[in-house]
Design a protein around this ligand. Structure first.
Ligand SMILES: [Zn+2]
Length: 333
């Protein structure tokens, strides 16, 4: 392998950056089916790098999502981990060496954490690009609410802060990036993956219908993205998560499995559950329209999509709200 002048392997890397709940794990696993791409998953969570030491112990990992299910199973990528690096430069060198273990030309880091990319970049990592991946702010806020209990406006504010920070961090460092919307995956999956491969500079295609037949050693991520792999065992998964302090809902795996059997996942939960007024108030927060427009969203389009969904699935609620509106606003009505 050729070396750069500073001694780091000339491995190319692409980072998925953005927020949680943006579908990065399954997208990463699909990209992993490409012969040149290794999906590393949430590499910032490796205990070795110490990023979450003393912050959140449940966030730390030492093995990939599948090998880690079997005690004493050797993971060919994350097994035999060396001692923690003493300096940031050592961390960068180690990062490159670990990524190279997968034996592919390009590493895909699904940490989503732009500060992790910035840290590696600022200490010498080169040959990097970023995929700025997002779901619309209301869809994010709904997932954020389900996970944390926070109100919708707070999720939307979090979305705004994460994406504004991520954009500034990338632009300030002149790291090449492409902004991708998760919703485009549902309407044009071939186009979605085609754009990413073109941006990454690799030929060929992914096998998105059989991605789970390809060996994976991704760290962390959403468990839904691993359910269809041969090495996945729900019982072992639950036991490990409980043992390592990541609590699961009692029927979490069953629900996810059932959802996958039902077929294509549509991102509509936010349309069903967030009241119009709450959605409107959240999107009107200062700075929202700027960040939304930079990432390819508009409040008007989201609102219209929501009404269209109601027209098809819950027309009664539209009529009810329409009558309320007329009562309030028509003179003499
Ligand atoms: Zn593994």
């Amino acid at each position: 392998m050729t070396k750069l002048s500073r001694g780091y392997p000339a491995l190319r890397s692409v980072f998925i950056v953005g927020s949680s709940f943006c579908g990065s794990t399954v997208i990463g696993n699909v990209l992993n089916s490409h012969p040149q791409i290794f999906h590393a998953g949430e590499a910032d969570r490796l205990s070795l790098f110490g990023r979450y030491q003393g912050v959140d112990a449940a966030y730390l990992l030492d093995s990939c999502a599948l090998c880690g299910l079997e005690e004493h199973k050797h993971c060919p990528v994350w097994g035999n981990l060396p001692a923690a690096p003493a300096t940031p430069q050592e961390a960068v060198a180690l990062y490159g060496a670990l990524m190279a273990r997968a034996g592919k030309d390009m590493a895909l880091d699904g940490s989503k954490n732009v500060d992790w990319l910035a840290y590696l970049h600022d200490h010498g990592l080169r040959n990097t690009k970023a995929i700025l991946l997002s779901r619309n702010p209301l869809a994010f806020a709904k997932s954020h609410q389900d996970a944390t209990g926070a109100p919708i406006w707070q999720g939307v504010e979090t979305w705004r802060n994460i994406y504004s920070h991520t954009l500034r961090a990338l632009i300030a460092r002149q790291i090449p990036f492409i902004a991708m919307r998760h919703a485009d995956l549902a309407t044009n999956p071939d186009g979605f993956y085609g754009r990413i491969l073109e941006f990454a500079g690799v030929e060929g295609a992914v096998d998105r219908d059989h991605y789970f037949n390809f060996e994976t050693h991704a760290l962390g991520g959403n468990v839904s993205a691993f359910l269809r792999y041969k090495g996945f065992d729900a019982g072992r998964y639950e036991a490990r998560e409980t043992r390592e302090g990541r609590a699961l809902g009692p029927t979490e795996i069953e629900e996810k499995q059932a959802r996958q059997k039902r077929g294509t996942w549509q991102d509509t939960l936010w349309m069903e559950t967030i009241p119009d007024g709450e959605a409107g108030a959240a999107l009107n927060m200062p700075g929202m329209s700027d960040i939304m427009s930079l990432l390819g969203y508009s409040a008007y389009d989201l609102f219209m999509a929501k009404q269209k969904w109601r027209l098809t699935h819950a027309p009664g609620t539209l009529v009810r709200d329409g009558i309320k509106f007329l009562r309030r606003n028509l003179p003499g009505a």
